[in-house]
Write a protein that binds this ligand. Structure first.
Ligand code: PLP
Length: 296
């Protein structure tokens, strides 16, 4: 590895907004001095797993469910099991070092490491979340997009890693850009056989006749930590909850819809494919108050 030579491109794309035609094409760099080596499989193949954890007033939320999912994702990729004591310590350390801020996030990343090294790479960083209020109070517009897989993909084709939180988010980001091209804020994936799945970075929960319903978690989607806590909130309020196979007709018939995720928390959906939906803003506020006051 020490004989690796590295050139960092100054202008990797002529189409990039910051393109400067007068700049040199590349700069020589020392590959082993920086934190991430250029042959790290996380960087070159997206071969790794991650978690994004909400941090409120320096406290990581739903930490144990996030760590459990981190371990599950690693196992699905046949990665070595994360050392949870070490990850917990690192997460707590970055949270403690953050400048005081109400809402932040911590991201844990573990990759397969540099090819042939047999040693995974891991890091955690934390940063302020930025203002999430518009999505929470004004809602978001979504479009439905075909994910290209049947709802039973996780069972029929586990090598597609649906349901694992891998670093390969290029497809999710492409779906997000497609949603934006269609004038929406986010996409809601649907299986080829017509079942509603999840957002690009969030789970769907709908309110139906006073119940909270979410897609079953065995259909190639992430089991959401935020969704699980919203169900905990609902149960405390006497609202029935269930995991179901949901179709587009069910989506259309629902009384209110939310996308739920760490960082953004509950974002009410104000339109689906351009059709306005009614939002339950009072309920949204109660859900977000609950989520942001979690002690763990
Ligand atoms: N589904 C996908 C594809 C995601 O990327 C995420 C979060 O990033 C979620 C669901 C929501 O998970 P959580 O609530 O645990 O953040």
């Amino acid at each position: 590895m020490t004989d690796t030579v590295l050139a960092v491109l100054n202008q990797p794309s002529r189409d990039a907004a910051a393109h400067d035609p007068s700049a040199d094409a590349y700069t020589w760099a020392k590959p082993l001095e920086e934190h991430l080596q250029v042959q790290d499989l996380g960087a070159i193949r997206g071969d790794g797993v991650f978690e994004t954890i909400t941090v409120v007033d320096g406290r990581p939320q739903a930490l144990e469910p996030h760590l459990a999912r981190f371990v599950r994702s690693a196992a699905m990729l046949d990665l070595p099991a994360p050392d949870l004591d070490a990850w917990r310590q690192a997460i707590e350390a970055v949270c403690a070092r953050l400048d005081p801020v109400h809402e932040a996030f911590a991201k844990t990343v573990m990759t397969r490491g540099v090819e042939g090294s047999g040693r995974p790479t891991g890091w955690v960083y934390a940063a302020p979340s930025g203002d999430q209020s518009a999505a929470r109070t004004e809602g978001i517009a979504v479009v439905t997009l075909d994910r290209g897989y049947r709802h039973d993909v996780e069972r029929t084709s586990p090598w597609l890693l649906q349901g694992a939180k891998t670093l390969s988010y290029a497809v999710n980001m492409a779906a997000l850009r497609e949603a934006e091209r269609r004038g929406a804020d986010d996409a809601l994936f649907v299986s080829t056989d017509g079942y509603v799945l999840e957002g690009t970075r969030a789970n769907l929960v709908m309110s139906v006749d006073g119940r909270f319903v979410t897609p079953r978690t065995d259909i190639g989607i992430l089991a959401g930590t935020t969704q699980a806590d919203v169900f905990r909130f609902a149960e405390g309020e006497g609202i029935a909850t269930s995991y179901e196979l949901l179709t587009l007709a069910d989506l259309e018939a629902a009384d209110a819809l939310w996308l739920l995720s760490s960082v953004r928390q509950a974002a009410p959906i104000r339109s689906v494919n351009g059709v306005t939906r009614s939002m339950d803003l009072a309920m949204t506020e109660r859900i977000n108050d609950f989520l942001l006051s979690r002690e763990q």
